[in-house]
Design a protein around this ligand. Structure first.
Ligand SMILES: *Cc1c(COP(=O)(O)O)cnc(C)c1O
Length: 360
């Protein structure tokens, strides 16, 4: 067996310890004589798995009691519709468009009401976060929407927008559990888990209870109502059971690592190694305004598409996988999520230095 350093933006690297545990429990979970994949979601064993997972994410994020934690299917993209369907009482929402995912969410919301684009950084290829201290928030906005960490462009909101009292909704898919957050500042925080937490196909939605109502847009399917899932503790129908099990293991791993304060420290240390090199390199350079740099996704370029391709190819041969940038931007991107060990980043930088010398 040999494992590579996997810099994929998602699905992405998971803690090796978690994968090993899951492998050891594959045929017989905790004396049940079956895999979690084969288990009834109404069984005692699974009830324990989902309850423990919920409690652990509550502990990690210090989630207040008036918030529900929902484990739902459909990935992050399904929330692009589910959020307006459940929250657009006045049929008005304000969107801050800082990348492809925010843009998709804004476009989807436009199907259900008036979705105002109140700020954007598209003029400079989403390479920065606009000033959100005094935006023209709509008087009757049901919520203000952001994508907090922009996976494709490598930017992150370092301060939350001033929503002037309106409910803040945030997609945190690619910065989920990477640092502490103050949940009470948001109405909804949600993330697809395949970036930083678990296997693809599940989204975790942390939602303030007053936003969970029967007053949803006409025609909203039962499965797309937050209330359906909140009332049933995410067991209205068969949930993504194996995903919940793996996420639960990642939560335990995060607790063992020292929690989110510690993860932030580690993530800052890892990102600094790469950004410091990018700032001194003559060949490579970062593409994002410094103050808006993400700790999780680090895009960079050489300025020459052939040189970029050569780098990606040689890096792959050396055991550094998935460094090619998103198809919409080109260049390179290293995603350095929680489970990427610091040695992975150190070795990548060593390799980049060597490549720079050879190609000077
Ligand atoms: C990957 C990603 C999505 C889409 O996730 P799916 O689970 O594929 O729907 C949405 N938002 C962000 C920020 C992402 O990184």
């Amino acid at each position: 067996m040999s494992r590579v350093y996997n810099f994929s933006a998602g699905p992405a690297v998971l803690p090796e310890e978690v994968l090993k545990e899951a492998a050891a429990e594959m045929l017989d979970y905790n004396g049940t004589g079956m895999s979690v994949m084969e288990m009834s979601h109404r069984s005692k064993a699974f009830e324990e798995i989902i309850k423990t997972a919920e409690q652990d994410i509550r502990d990690l994020m210090k989630i207040p009691d008036n918030y529900k934690v929902l484990f739902l299917q459909g990935g992050a993209s399904q929330q692009f519709a589910m959020i307006p369907m459940n929250l657009m009482k006045n049929k008005v929402a304000d969107y801050i468009v800082t990348g492809q995912w925010a843009k998709k969410a804004w476009q989807e919301a436009s199907k259900y009401g008036k979705a105002n684009k109140i700020a954007s950084s598209e003029d400079e290829t989403f390479s920065y976060i606009p000033d959100c201290s005094d935006l023209p928030i709509s008087e009757d906005a049901d919520y203000v929407y952001i994508c907090e960490n922009n996976t494709i462009y490598g930017t992150k909101f370092k301060t939350l927008p001033n929503t002037k009292g309106k409910t803040l909704v945030a997609d945190v898919s690619s910065c989920f559990l990477s640092e502490p957050v103050d949940v009470s500042k948001y109405g909804i925080i949600y993330g697809g888990v395949q970036k930083n937490v678990g296997p693809a196909g599940m989204v975790i939605v942390i939602i303030r209870e007053d936003l969970i109502t029967d007053d949803v847009l006409e025609g909203t399917p039962t499965m797309l109502k937050f209330k359906t899932h909140a009332d049933a503790d995410s067991l209205y129908n068969t949930p993504p059971a194996y995903n919940i099990y793996i996420c639960g293991k990642v939560f335990k791993w995060l607790k063992k690592m020292g929690g989110l304060e510690k993860m932030k420290e580690l993530n800052e240390k890892k990102a600094k190694i790469l950004y410091d090199f990018l700032d001194e390199s003559k060949l490579f350079k970062g593409t994002v305004r410094k103050e808006d740099r993400s700790l999780m996704n680090v895009p960079f370029v050489t300025g020459d598409a052939d040189m970029d391709a050569k780098f990606v190819k040689e890096a792959k041969e050396a055991g550094f996988e998935n460094l090619k940038g998103h198809r919409s931007v080109g260049g390179m991107r290293a995603s350095i999520y929680n489970a990427m060990p610091i040695e992975g980043v150190e070795k990548l930088v060593e390799f980049m230095k060597k490549f720079e010398k050879e190609n000077a």
